[in-house]
Design a protein around this ligand. Structure first.
Ligand code: GLA
Length: 402
């Protein structure tokens, strides 16, 4: 997959479908999480980056209050009235648009009809947040077409709510946060409790950010994601017997946890053990990145993978194979699963002079074991959302916050 949507071809397709040229293009980035997995819904820390693989939305306002939406990936044209509340969890791909549109309207945003064509350079259902990218892209598109003022954090929380209520995944806030506020050449350090955040420069001149895709698809809502979340909540409930002041695993220190771990049932102990140590790793990773110590960041990524595999139990043979093969290449600094797990992708830091060897070895190992090529994407950190007017009212490219 290329990094850019082919604008000319997509505009032509738009015209042939809807009888007119698009007036606006929204490019909404996917994300990769460098470290801090399954910590966001435990009010902990994460360190993701927006990546240069996008969902592209080409759109034009139309008279009336009907939305016509076409997804190139499904070759499917859907039509729905703006004012009609969608059924929750109806399973159709338009749920991501309709949930956001519905919640924006409940907040008083006035939305009229529009036509939209959706295309992607971001693989779907691969743990790179294609759903958050589509939801954030929809919110940004609506904001471009029918301007409204809303605080950035409010908008991000609204998108998260849409995912919970209409798509059915009780996800944390990381994905929509970085999809909206990620910036070029930076990772984003986020405290998922206070929502304080800070951009951390991600220098990718000597070292490449490489994503390997197992191509093993996983539906998040149908997976064990919600179950993991419930196990963490159970951990908090049990730990409160001895630590009455805590409200999330974020409040539990590593030493505190070690002293109490034996009192927890084994599964809950493993889940909590991962989260508590992972939070500490994120803080260490941020300072490693800030002093440009990518080797140390790499070691923390490896520890994170081992913990996700052994304690949180969200890895799988495909992910483990990709990580193990990557680590057999000398120039690999770090490798781990990224996103929820159960399939999806790994994230790797690879010295640029070892990139060819990496692609060859990791690819060959995977083919030998699973009979198919993995996806290997060399990525850059990019802006989360970009809105580009193709005709009036504006003609320059701007990022979402102008
Ligand atoms: C998914 C969720 C995120 C986060 C990760 C795991 O991507 O959408 O909120 O919980 O899994 O870190």
């Amino acid at each position: 997959m290329t990094t850019l949507c082919p604008l000319d071809a997509l505009s032509q397709k738009f015209s042939s479908l809807f009888g007119d040229q698009p007036e606006v293009l929204v490019r909404s980035a996917g994300r990769v999480n460098l470290i801090g997995e399954h910590t966001d819904y435990n009010e902990g820390f994460v360190l993701p980056a927006a990546i240069d693989r996008h969902i592209c939305l080409l759109a034009r306002r139309r008279p009336g209050r009907i939305v016509r939406a076409y997804a190139t990936e499904f070759n499917d044209l859907a039509t729905f009235p703006v004012q009609e509340s969608p059924a929750e969890r109806h399973g159709h791909w338009t749920v991501y648009l309709r949930g956001v549109i519905e919640l924006l309207q409940r907040r008083g945003v006035e939305i009229e009809g529009f036509d939209v064509l959706i295309a992607a350079t971001l693989p779907r259902a691969s743990g790179l947040s294609s759903s958050a990218a589509l939801e954030v892209g929809t919110a940004s598109l609506v904001q471009a077409l029918f301007p409204f003022a809303m605080d950035e954090l409010e908008l991000i929380k609204l998108v998260q709510q849409a995912e919970h209520q209409f798509a059915g995944t009780k996800c944390g806030i990381m994905d929509m946060f970085v999809c909206r506020l990620g910036r070029q050449a930076h990772a984003l350090f986020l405290d998922c409790r206070s929502l304080e955040h800070r951009l951390v420069p991600l220098a990718l001149d000597q070292v490449a950010l490489v994503i390997c895709d197992t191509k093993k698809k996983r539906g998040l809502a149908g997976s064990a994601y919600n179950e993991r979340r419930a196990q963490c909540e159970e951990g908090v409930r049990l730990l409160r017997q001895w630590l009455p002041g805590i409200s999330a695993l974020r409040d539990v220190g590593l030493e505190q946890f070690i002293s109490l771990a034996d009192r927890l049932p084994p599964v809950v102990r493993r889940r909590c053990g991962h989260v508590v140590a992972e939070n500490a790793r994120v803080l260490e990773a941020v300072s490693a990145l800030e002093r440009d110590d990518l080797a140390h960041l790499g070691r923390l990524m490896q520890a994170s993978h081992a913990s996700l595999r052994d304690l949180y139990e969200v890895s799988c043979p495909e992910l483990d194979t990709l990580v193990e093969s990557a680590l057999r290449v000398q120039g690999t600094l770090g490798a781990r699963l990224t996103g929820a797990g159960f399939g999806g992708c790994t994230v790797n830091l690879v010295r640029r002079d070892a990139l060819e060897e990496f692609k060859e070895k990791v690819g060959a190992d995977y083919v030998r074991r699973f009979g198919q090529e993995p996806g290997i994407l060399v990525c850059n950190a990019t802006d989360g959302v970009r809105v580009q007017w193709l005709s009036a009212p504006a003609c320059s490219e701007e990022s979402s916050d102008g």
